[in-house]
Structure formats: structure tokens, C-alpha cells
Design a binder for this molecule. Structure first.
Ligand code: TUI
Length: 314
């Protein structure tokens, strides 16, 4: 059994968060992860407030365990979704892709534990000052929106910059990754890509097949030109987008190329036009299993690795 400041703070059995994957992480997946002893997280993504309220109610109907809501700060609906999270008094709010400063007081007043994703020590220090309960240090191995630093360098530096518990994310999909994260000073992990293969994750069959088949070099980052780099599978869409970024098309045209691409991957399984977000660790994800089995097995794998960590020392 691994007991850490984050399992104690949240009253969860395993120090495992499920990442807030836009269009994917709904109330059903979040409840399955929470019922399995981890922290399930509903992704608001670019969805309006009503969608998020509905998913919160779905999760509540399926579990009495704590779960979270992830607020994607670039969403046009971020303000209204932030208000719904406060009204519904969810246990945890995580944030991504920006600076949540303006919402922090309202969430804290509602008794919510705020756990922002940070991609730098400056953001870690700011969030610590504003009263975050913990931090998620997410390196650029992750799928979706990525920062500059890798998990290997970000986690120890964030740990040095705060007294808060730190959750590591980016490139973690099994017990070895969990053990490595703990070695860097983290007290828990967040995984996204691994949960794409959870039975309760309702992505298209095409998306799931692509994850199960992915190799180590199967992802690429696009979107740097517009300031929003995103890691996804190297599909025709990603290649075309990358080509367009270095062409003379306008920023507006480039922006419009991306509209709806995520939904086409998740809902339609459109191999040509979909944007299949995935992390660099996708190749270790090779079987479909329940969310509860994923949560339990990564910790059970990590325990002997951590115990045997000194096996080279004589
Ligand atoms: O947010 C994520 N991953 C995401 S969000 C998303 S939806 C999307 N769709 C199209 C374009 C962009 C996003 C898909 N995947 N991960 C958490 C994360 N947050 N990673 C990095 C950051 C981050 C970056 C900068 C957090 C804070 C930050 O601060 C910048 C500043 O100073 O405002």
C-alpha cells in the first residue's frame, strides 16, 4: 500500500489521477476511476456549462467517491464552467492550458481543492501563493497541450519550488513510470493515454486501435506557430497541419483547419481528418481493461520497483 500526502488529503486509495482529456473524460470514466480508488476527472474541454453539469450529475449517480473537474482555460466557456464547478462543489478542480488565478478564490470559497497543472516553476510558485492544494507538474511527453519542459526535468524543479504535494504527469503509463515519478519527488501521478484503453472510456474503436498499435515515434507536436503546441498521433491530419504551419497560409486559415478535429477523432474515428491526441508513452499501452484494474495495477507494479530501487548498491 502506498500512502502519500495526496491519498490522505483527498481520501483516495491510490495516488493515481485520470487526466482531464477533452471530449473523452466524461462522468462515466471519471466515476469508474474513482470507484477503482483513484481520482477520476471530468474534462470540460471546450464544452459549455450544461454539458459539464450533466457529467457531474452522471458521475454522482455512479460513485460516492471524490472526483474532479478539469477546466481547460483556453475554452470560450471557461468562465461559466468555472462557476458550475463552484456551484456543484466538486471535490477537486484541476486546470490546464493557462493561468487560473482569477478563479482561485471562488473555488476555494466553495471548499474545493484546487490542483492546477503547471508547466514551469514560475507558475508553481504563483499557484502556491494563491492557495492551491497541490500541483500537477506535466511534462511535454503528454498528449494534448504541451509545455516546453520534459517530465524528467520539470517534476524535481517544481518539487523544489513549492511545499505543496506534487503530482507528476506526462509519459507515465505503468508502474515503472509511477516509481520514477516518486523518485523525482512526486507523491502521485496523473495518466491520460493509459486510460484511453480503459473499458469505460467511450472513444471510437479507431482511436482505441490506434493507441493499442502505436509505437514510440508515433506522436508529433503541431500548433507551435499559433502558440498552442499540441501532441497527437502522426496521422494524415497532423502531417497536413504541420505542412500548413510552414506554408504561407494565414493564421486564420490555419486555426480553422483545427476546428472539430478532436471531435472527429473521438466520436467519428475519422482517420483522415481526426486529431488523435496521445502521449509519447502510447506504445506501452497494449490491452483494454477496466479503469479499476489500471489504477490498481500501476501501483502494484510500482511497489516492488520502489522497494528494489537500491538493487545495484553493494
Ligand atoms: O491542458 C492540457 N492538455 C490539453 S488541453 C487540450 S484542449 C486544446 N485543444 C486545442 C488547443 C489547445 C488545447 C488538450 N490537451 N494539459 C495541461 C497543461 N497545462 N499542459 C501545459 C499546461 C500549461 C501551460 C502554460 C499550464 C499553464 C501554463 O501557463 C501559461 C501562462 O503563463 O498562462
Amino acid at each position: 500500500m502506498i500512502v502519500t500526502p495526496i491519498t490522505e488529503m483527498l481520501g483516495i486509495k491510490y495516488p493515481v489521477f485520470q487526466g482531464g482529456m477533452a471530449w473523452i473524460a466524461d462522468g462515466t470514466l471519471a466515476a469508474a476511476v474513482s470507484n477503482g480508488g483513484g481520482l477520476g476527472i471530468i474534462a470540460a474541454g471546450n464544452a459549455p456549462a450544461d454539458y459539464v453539469r450533466n457529467e457531474i450529475r452522471t458521475a454522482r449517480s455512479l460513485t460516492d467517491k471524490p472526483f474532479g473537474v478539469n477546466i481547460m482555460l483556453m475554452s470560450p466557456y471557461a468562465d461559466e464552467v468555472a462557476a458550475v464547478a463552484a456551484e456543484e462543489k466538486v471535490a477537486v478542480v484541476t486546470t490546464g492550458a493557462g493561468n487560473p488565478s482569477k478563479y482561485m478564490a471562488s473555488w476555494k470559497d466553495a471548499g474545493i481543492k484546487v490542483i492546477p497543472v503547471v508547466a514551469s516553476t514560475a507558475m508553481a510558485k504563483l499557484m502556491t501563493r494563491l492557495g492551491a492544494s497541490a500541483l500537477i507538474a506535466e511534462g511535454g511527453e503528454s498528449g494534448g497541450h504541451v509545455g516546453e519542459l520534459t517530465t524528467m526535468v520539470l517534476v524535481p524543479q517544481v518539487c523544489d519550488s513549492t511545499d505543496l504535494p506534487v503530482i507528476a504527469a506526462g509519459g507515465i503509463a505503468d508502474g515503472r513510470g509511477v516509481a520514477a515519478a516518486f523518485m523525482l519527488g512526486a507523491v502521485g501521478v496523473q495518466m491520460g493515454t493509459r486510460f484511453l484503453a480503459a473499458r469505460e472510456c467511450s472513444i471510437s474503436d479507431t482511436y482505441r486501435e490506434k493507441i493499442l498499435k502505436a509505437g514510440d515515434l508515433c506522436t508529433m507536436v503541431t500548433g507551435k506557430r499559433l502558440g498552442h503546441p499540441v501532441r497527437s498521433l502522426r496521422t494524415p491530419f497532423a502531417r497536413n497541419y504541420a505542412k500548413a504551419e510552414y506554408s504561407d497560409i494565414s493564421d486564420e486559415e490555419l486555426e480553422s483547419m483545427g476546428v472539430g478535429a478532436l471531435r472527429k477523432a473521438v466520436k467519428d474515428g475519422d482517420s483522415e481528418n481526426g486529431c488523435f491526441l496521445a502521449g509519447q508513452i502510447a506504445s506501452v499501452v497494449n490491452k483494454v481493461e477496466s479503469a479499476a484494474d489500471i489504477v490498481r495495477s500501476v501501483i502494484e507494479e510500482a511497489e516492488p520497483v520502489l522497494k528494489g530501487a537500491t538493487r545495484w548498491i553493494r
